[in-house]
Design a protein around this ligand. Sequence first.
Ligand code: FES
Length: 116
Amino acid sequence: MPRPTFARPASSWLARWFPWTPKVPAKPVVALKRPLQVDLVAGKSYKWCVCGRSKKQPFCDGSHFFQRTGLTPLRFTATETKKAWLCTCKMTSRPPFCDGTHKGEAVQRAQEGTPL
Ligand code: FES
């Protein structure tokens, strides 16, 4: 079986502990089939989970890294203090905010924790 190629420089501490990462990123999984309302604070930075594997939805808990998905969270800074609906189905067209895509048949038929 051919060995996977190194995606990181061999000198990287990441390469020592995690010797390979996939060349093709994993597909995001549907974490939940509904958005979550969160309180955003103006000027504060957030990391929105892109992979859908975080246990702290809708925010990142590092699962993308430890599960070697090849995905990275979306960092954003809130421009105003407000309540916002953040996407958890990971299919929104305007991340990190919900755009109603979760109401579609494809997301509603999907199992949570699996990709579409
Ligand atoms: S939760 Fe993803 S579009 Fe609404």
